[in-house]
Design a protein. Structure first.
Length: 154
């Protein structure tokens, strides 16, 4: 296992993720575009038990495009979004990639919600792309967070 650290802009909240490898994805949904104030959000899904976080945070809950609810955790001092967690899906957290201290190490392994991507965004043809999210999101998250392989299912 390797450890990757991150936190908010002001430094009041810090976290450590102990994972086999840093594998993430780019989400082009409208919520990620709004949350990141950019064309997409970068995310790294890991098992909750491999994630520790310290600092004062609050939560914003929002509906998802497929009818679920996502808890979006952020620093109360600077507002930086740090991670998401599907309500009822406490086995995983999804770290916001830009909050990693070494976000330059994150090369998205796949793209999701591409039907909502900005028209000027060009996707690399060698990376898997999903119009919405993978059919079996739980299995896909498991693969992204636990696999020793770099390949992500199409």
């Amino acid at each position: 296992m390797e450890t990757f650290e991150g936190g908010c802009q002001c430094g009041a909240v810090r976290y450590v993720a102990a994972i086999k490898q840093l594998v993430g994805y780019a989400c082009h949904c409208l919520e990620c575009q709004k949350q990141s104030a950019s064309a997409f959000g970068l995310s790294v899904t890991i098992p909750s038990r491999q994630f520790t976080i310290k600092g004062k945070m609050d939560v914003y809950r929002r509906s998802t495009d497929l009818g679920g609810v996502t808890a979006c955790w952020f620093c109360t001092a600077c507002g930086t979004r740090l991670y998401h967690q599907s309500e009822g899906g406490n086995d995983y957290v999804t770290i916001k990639g830009g909050s990693l201290d070494r976000s330059d190490l994150l090369d998205p392994a796949a793209h999701i919600w591409t039907k909502r991507k900005q028209r000027w965004v060009l996707l690399p043809p060698e990376k898997p792309a999903h119009e919405t999210q993978p059919d079996n999101l739980h299995a896909w998250r498991q693969l992204l967070s636990l696999s020793d392989e770099q390949e992500v299912p199409r």
